[in-house]
Ligand binder design. Structure first.
Ligand SMILES: Nc1ncnc2c1ncn2[C@@H]1O[C@H](COP(=O)(O)OP(=O)(O)OP(=O)(O)O)[C@@H](O)[C@H]1O
Length: 553
């Protein structure tokens, strides 16, 4: 059989699919159903093989049994229950959430049914080499609305069961237990570690996994220049936290079913990680965001209102906004030398993003993912040889934000830097210069209301491979400082802004490192290109047009 010049493998002839008579074949990596009509005009429906989660024999009952009986009567064949099977696949809804679909097929003989199951299972294995076989699941029962366990049992467990992924489930009983588990357990049986919780949970997992990997490799993690080793195990996250920014950035939605389906189907993206040092001492690794000034203060202040739950951030944010503080310091950074992408790009990072692909040569489709991703050594971590290229900016800042990911979420659709990439080996360093309350409000509203927070004259952005921050004393009178910063800005060709009502200057703030507070303001940050492999596809572009790849009904 041939379609548009392509060889196709015919699997089943004249079988019943959803009460309709079809031929079933594989064409171009798709399981294709061709409805048999008198005039043969129905277009085929297909399921890409990499979207098939499982295929199982099943017992026909109820409506399904009636349809099968009708079909067998019409075709004059005896159909027993064991000749029915179900193909479980995924489809993407208009909202971007992934759904599990069932396609029931009734074959005319036991042999046909078994051959079909065998053929599809082999095709999936061949086509999709990187599906996990055994996962460690770490559930944080205290994250978000404290329903991590419920979310896992209701939305995730049956998907892993269907996909024949073995799971070892641990529910943490206290903070840091996930870390201890990763540091102390024998991990050789696992393909990946999945956190059920929020950003804090995945951070704890990644920090522990990186610590263990570097320790086993005998590396000095306190050396900011060290080239870190990529862990063999992949990580994943099923959202059950308050913000879930990392899940949102890597799947496009915050939905436990979407995340579980992407994990079970072995989709993988390479994620950049920042190492954060203070005085040649490793503070921690961060995955999404670093913020000094406003966002550091908010997290610190919010600790006083922990009893309020997630609302504590709104109250702390309001109090800090009213105080409108700014901080002195020098930011030095190593600019990205690859000018093919910048924070001003209108194209955002997506599944199959060419920028990330080129950097890490990873493919988000499971067919070609291998453990040995070919990353150029010079991309892994900026080194001493880059010394001469460092640049710096001095001044007073309301906020210094570094976006490793775009940091978009349901609450912040504008993100911190919408064009930031998952795995380009860079962070977008956003400097919010000393400004009035009203100006800062405009900045925040653009993050919250899907505007562009970078397009303001008191905000500067640089795409960098590394940066350092050092506090400076208020020093010269304000007019001198302004002259100095404006002169620097003018020299470098940047827009000069004149703040109307300015912030009050305080001594130092703290860093918000993915939601954790670091009291040391002077830090040294290096970006490690795609150091972690995360089970996710990357946000997808949605097409509102109906697709032939859909649930076959
Ligand atoms: N059993 C537990 N009891 C108390 N704390 C725990 C427990 N298990 C984990 N934790 C800690 O809870 C912290 C916060 O969890 P997590 O980040 O997942 O939720 P969240 O803060 O609500 O979500 P988000 O970070 O997305 O805003 C983690 O740093 C983790 O160490």
């Amino acid at each position: 059989m041939e379609v548009e010049g392509e060889e196709i493998a015919e699997l089943l002839k004249s079988v019943e699919v959803g009460g309709k008579e079809c031929d079933v074949f594989i064409h171009n990596g798709n399981l294709t159903f061709q409805r048999l009509t008198h005039d043969g005009t129905k277009p085929p429906t297909y399921i890409p093989l990499n979207r098939i989660l499982a295929i199982k024999p099943c017992e026909s009952s109820g409506k399904r049994a009636t349809l099968a009986r009708k079909f067998s009567k019409k075709n004059g064949v005896e159909i027993t229950q064991s000749h029915s099977l179900k193909v479980y696949s995924t489809r993407i809804s208009r909202s971007g959430k992934w759904k599990l679909c069932k396609h029931s097929i009734t074959c005319s003989s036991q042999e046909d049914s078994q051959n079909f199951i065998e053929y599809i299972n082999n095709a999936i294995k061949e086509y999709v080499s990187s599906r996990p076989k055994h996962l460690m699941i770490l559930i944080n029962p205290r994250g978000g609305k404290k329903n991590g366990e419920y979310i896992y049992r209701k939305y995730a467990a049956h998907i892993f069961n269907l996909a024949d992924v073995k799971t070892s489930v641990f529910v943490t009983s206290h903070s840091d237990q996930a870390r201890d588990q990763i540091l102390e357990q024998d991990l050789s049986a696992y393909d990946g570690i999945i956190g059920v919780g929020g950003d804090g949970t995945i951070n704890e997992i990644v920090n522990a996994l990186l610590a263990r990997t570097q320790n086993e490799a005998g590396l000095d993690v306190d050396d900011p220049e060290v080239t870190l080793v990529r862990p063999k195990l992949k990580v994943g996250i099923i959202p059950a936290g308050s913000t879930d920014a990392i899940v949102f950035d890597t799947t496009g939605v915050s939905d436990p079913v979407t995340s579980t389906l992407q994990i079970a189907q072995g989709f993988t993206v390479g994620l950049d990680v920042c190492s954060v040092h203070h005085s040649n001492y490793l503070l921690r690794y961060t995955l999404a965001f670093l913020g000094y000034g406003f966002f550091g203060d908010v997290v610190k202040e919010s600790e006083k209102f922990r009893w309020m739950g997630p609302n504590r951030y709104s109250l702390a944010g309001f109090l800090k906004y009213m105080r409108n503080q700014s901080y002195h310091g020098v930011v030095s950074y190593l600019p990205n030398d690859d000018h093919s992408h910048s924070p001003w790009d209108s194209e955002v990072c997506r599944a199959g993003c060419p920028v990330c692909k080129e950097k890490g040569e990873y493919s988000p489709t499971p067919a070609t993912v291998t453990d040995d991703i070919n990353i150029k050594v010079e991309d892994l971590c900026p080194s001493e040889k880059d010394v001469e290229k460092w640049e710096s900016k001095h001044g007073e800042f309301n906020a210094i934000n570094a976006a490793i990911l775009s940091c978009t979420s349901v609450k912040a659709p504008g993100g911190v830097s919408r064009a930031a990439h998952l795995g380009n080996g860079c962070v977008d360093l956003v400097l919010v210069r000393r400004c009035s309350r009203l100006q800062y409000l405009r900045y925040m509203l653009r993050i919250a209301l899907n505007g562009n927070p970078l397009d303001l004259n008191f905000v500067e952005v640089q795409r960098v491979k590394a940066f350092k921050f050092q506090t400076t004393h208020p020093g010269p009178p304000r007019s001198d400082v302004e002259q100095c910063s404006e002169a620097t800005a003018a020299d470098s060709g940047d827009v000069v802004y004149v703040p109307r009502r300015q912030a009050s200057v305080s001594s130092t703030s703290s860093w918000n490192l993915d939601g954790e507070i670091a009291e040391q303001p002077d830090i040294d940050v290096r970006v490690h290109c795609q150091l972690i492999q995360l089970f996710a596809l990357g946000p997808e572009v949605h097409d509102s047009k109906p697709s032939p790849f859909s649930c076959f009904r």
